[in-house]
Design a protein around this ligand. Structure first.
Ligand code: UD1
Length: 420
């Protein structure tokens, strides 16, 4: 296992380009199971999670090649309906092969993904959606078995205790595109990644309306064709780079940004007094201004993303004043609090809230990454800290940030990898 060593205190400067969105590419790759025709997906980030999804597609009979940001899926049938535990357990998003397998083959056996460090993460909404479309669902030996003689369009209320679900919306949408008749998904997730998946499905011949709103309407079609698609830029990577520039007092031009996908983050940063200059598809972030602390509450899109909570906490830990950070999607997603406190941060957790008292500076320390976005938060803290920080279990970061070390080094950061 590798750890990342960061010599903090360097102001990041230069230009960086955001990669394709992890959370868009994973369901879009799964959607290729819905057709026997070839597909070409462009702007694909080279991530551990992308490679995990490709392994799953291959295990289901697809011939998939990944080269220079492009995934080509050859013509050929989806020949297996079983997604095995050893593949699904590496990544929760692999559960989104359930919808396309059920839609295409009317049968799917997919390992339950299990919990993870950020919380329990059930799949009840996914199963509710599949049942509403007419599937029989049973759970046996850790697998979900879903089957139907035919799927029928239905009205499905998909809201849960924490609001809408991104992957459940993806999964139900992918099952419904080949169902007979009309499906209405109410309380659908509005995330840009759901919209990107819907756009890809439409290119394949699906009839979908309302994506990007809480009510998605799908008119089932008989078959889907192959399609070509360019993945949207990763808004979480973009947001993380914005904060990297701010926390180091740097001056960074971030390219390949969809400004409108970053609304909640930009609004909070403007409230904090950050200097952000927008151009067509880029964002220039100049640090150096004194920031004020702000409160944030994570919410489904277009609210403040839970996937930016850890990174924002790092910024607030060195911003004067008190900031209250409330987590409304995963109330236990606070593993990074103890690690930031090891670097001198003053953060107190109270249930789903973290109360952050901004201090002058953090000091480098050995810390441990617990999940993908917590790792990003710790890397930001390390970039700002005095002295050396080592972030263990850096494989978490590789799940979601393409070439992150290289990108940071190009911006002047002193970052390198060592064996644990
Ligand atoms: C997706 C993202 C992840 C992000 C999360 C929330 C992908 C691959 N991952 O995960 O990066 O952190 O959205 O924005 O896109 N829930 C239920 N029942 C279900 C499903 C979810 O109660 O059947 C709950 C979850 O426990 C959580 C909330 O709903 O509290 C939102 O989760 P969800 O949107 O489903 O997260 P993912 O789609 O797994």
């Amino acid at each position: 296992m590798d750890k990342l060593i960061i010599e903090g205190g360097v102001k990041l400067k230069g230009e960086v380009t955001v990669s394709g969105a992890k959370n868009a590419v994973l369901p879009i790759l799964a959607a290729t199971l819905l057709t026997d025709e070839p597909c070409l997906i462009k702007g694909v980030p080279n991530l551990r999670d992308t490679n995990s999804m490709l392994k799953i597609l291959r295990s289901l009979g697809k011939f998939a090649e990944f080269d220079k940001g492009k995934v080509s899926i050859a013509a050929g049938k989806t020949s297996s309906y079983i997604a095995e535990y050893k593949l699904v357990s590496t990544m929760r998003a692999s559960f989104c092969v359930l919808g396309p397998l059920l839609g295409k083959l009317k049968k799917a056996k997919v390992s339950l993904p299990g919990g993870c460090i950020i919380g329990v993460r059930p799949v009840d909404l996914h199963l509710k959606g599949m049942r509403a479309l007419g599937a029989q669902i049973s759970i046996d030996s850790g697998y979900v078995l879903a089957q139907a003689t035919k799927l029928r369009g239905a009205y499905i209320y998909l809201g849960g205790v924490y609001g809408s679900s991104v992957l459940a919306t993806d999964n139900v949408m992918m099952a419904a595109v080949l169902a007979r008749g009309k499906t209405v998904i109410e309380s659908a997730a509005c995330e840009p990644e759901v919209v990107d998946l819907a756009e890809f499905l439409i290119k394949m011949g699906a009839k979908i309306k309302g994506h990007g709103t809480p009510v998605i309407e799908i008119e089932g079609v008989k078959y889907l064709q192959g399609a070509e698609h360019l993945i949207i830029p990763d808004r979480i990577e973009a947001g993380t780079l914005v904060l990297a520039s701010l926390i180091t007092g740097g001056d960074v031009l971030i390219k390949n940004v969809r400004y409108q996908h970053l609304g909640a983050l930009i609004d909070k940063l403007q409230e904090a007094g950050a200097n952000l200059e927008r151009s067509d598809t880029a964002l220039r972030v100049k640090g150096g201004r004194k920031l004020r602390s702000v409160n944030i509450t994570t919410l489904p899109y277009p609210g403040f993303p839970t996937d930016m909570q850890a990174q924002m906490m790092s910024l607030m830990s060195v911003t004067p004043g008190i900031s209250v950070i409330t987590e409304k999607i995963y109330p236990d997603r606070f593993m990074h609090v103890a690690e930031l406190n090891r670097m001198g941060a003053q953060i107190q957790r109270e249930g789903p809230h973290a109360i952050v008292e901004g201090i002058k500076s953090l000091s480098g320390a050995p810390v441990m990454a617990s999940d993908l976005r917590a790792s990003a938060g710790l890397v930001l803290a390390g970039l700002a800290a005095r002295g050396k920080t080592s972030v263990s279990r850096i494989y978490h970061l590789e799940r979601g940030y393409e070439f992150i070390e290289k990108k940071l080094i190009n911006l002047g950061a002193k970052v390198w990898r060592e064996k644990e």
